[in-house]
Design a protein around this ligand. Structure first.
Ligand SMILES: Nc1ncnc2c1ncn2[C@@H]1O[C@H](COP(=O)(O)OP(=O)(O)OP(=O)(O)O)[C@@H](O)[C@H]1O
Length: 394
């Protein structure tokens, strides 16, 4: 564990960048420092590897004052990733990644073999090995930056706004990749961002800092969203915090109705029987069980279903795996107001009304309230890093 114990940083010009900050950073998880520009995030991160020395207070690594280690030993145990990757422009990708192992005295072959292994781990094609950084996109360069930081297998990774310079799609890919790497390698990651969505998606714990380097709140993301400590945190979380909180609730409690589902080859009797359900529309599926679209019961004729005439079913959610937020989104975007649930193979598993989702939301809130706070799930496209809880996709 990294313990930041009542640490203050006062720069020579008198600026107090960090003010009596105390944080316990758990092992093998992602701790995010978030807050507005100038609130002391970078300074805090740099005090962990002693690029900046605290003016007061101590930083303990596994119970030992970080000042008791040599700076070199300390930094070797901490990979460091910055915005724009900070690659050596005159070195090939493979040699960029091999930098630290080479510094540690590994042979060129061994260091390059390690670098190639890491390229694969961060999702970089082996054909990039001999290229130079300028021949890679921004997102690819960031992957190289992550690979380079991981090269000597340090237990800790310090990441300073590593993904802020890339577009939202690439950024999402990099975030997902980081969650996957974290799950596989179990690193202790301290991650700085000014983007609260990124913080909520990646953080096991999130520290919200306010200007002047003071801690506003330190909590798991679900708790941050449900119980912001004060108006500053609430404001920083933004207006749609209620909706975003639904990302932490599983859709597993929903009970999709199967009766309004008819196969494209259904008989007149089957259509008639299905038409008598509580759903105002029928979901027509193909012979493979995948949804094709919605139809009013009276408009379906056995043997003559025209898929082109059906109402689009929108984006389905995977029952039990996706979150209540995803289910609600499907219902809101569906032309019928009903969400389509599918199984992991994409076959229709049932349909859910907005009011059923509303009930599930109320139930989840009540449960979270009685449990003290919402459980911290892991998510496929965000929200977690492989700890306890159910897989929920947001
Ligand atoms: N070397 C320095 N000398 C004096 N003041 C500094 C120095 N480095 C940073 N500061 C000040 O300390 C405060 C915190 O800076 P820091 O870079 O830690 O913030 P930050 O939260 O990372 O900001 P940003 O999100 O804009 O990167 C700012 O007011 C900054 O101007």
């Amino acid at each position: 564990m990294i313990r930041i114990d009542s640490v203050t940083k006062r720069y020579p010009d008198g600026t107090v960048a960090v003010d009596r900050l105390s944080l316990d950073i758990p092992d093998r998880s992602i701790t995010v420092l978030v807050g507005p520009s100038g609130c002391g995030k970078t300074t805090t991160l740099r005090m962990i590897n002693r690029m900046v020395e605290p003016s007061e207070g101590t930083i303990l690594i596994d119970g030992v004052d970080s000042r008791q280690q040599s700076v070199n030993t300390l930094r070797r145990s901490m990979g460091y990733v910055i915005q724009n990757a900070g690659l050596f422009q005159h070195r090939t990708i493979v040699d960029n990644i091999a930098t630290v192992p080479r510094m540690l005295g590994w042979s060129k072959d061994k260091a390059r073999a390690r670098a190639r292994e890491l390229m694969e781990r961060v999702g970089l094609d082996a054909s990039f090995a001999k290229r130079y950084p300028y021949q890679l996109s921004g997102g690819q360069q960031q992957r190289v930056g992550v690979a380079r930081a991981l090269a000597a297998d340090p237990p800790v990774l310090l990441m300073d706004e590593p993904f802020s310079a890339v577009d939202p799609v690439v950024r999402k890919g990099l975030q997902d990749e980081l969650l996957r790497i974290q799950e596989e390698l179990g690193k202790t990651i301290v991650f700085v961002t000014h983007d609260i969505d990124e913080a909520v998606k990646l953080g096991t714990m999130v520290a919200v800092l306010r200007t002047g380097g003071r801690l506003a709140q330190y909590a798991p993301p679900a708790e941050l969203l449900s119980d912001p400590a004060d108006a500053f945190v609430e404001d920083f979380l933004g207006a749609d915090r209620g909706i975003r909180r639904l990302s932490f609730f599983s859709s597993g409690g929903l009970e999709p109705l199967t009766t309004p589902i008819v196969a494209v080859d259904a008989t007149a009797e089957q259509i008639a029987a299905r038409g008598a359900t509580e759903a105002p529309y029928l979901l027509v599926t193909g012979l493979d069980g995948r949804p094709l679209g919605w139809s009013e019961p009276g408009k379906l004729t056995a043997g003559q279903v025209d898929a082109g005439q059906l109402l689009p079913y929108g984006r389905p959610f995977v029952a039990g795996r996706d979150s209540l937020r995803a289910a609600l989104d499907c219902a809101v975007l569906s032309p019928t107001g009903w969400a389509v649930a599918v199984d992991a193979e994409g076959r229709a598993a049932g349909v859910v009304s907005q009011s059923a989702i509303g009930e599930a939301i109320r139930g989840a809130h009540a449960h979270a309230h009685s449990a003290g706070r919402a459980e911290r799930p892991t998510t496929e496209d965000g929200g977690g890093s492989g700890k306890s809880g159910q897989k929920v996709v947001r």
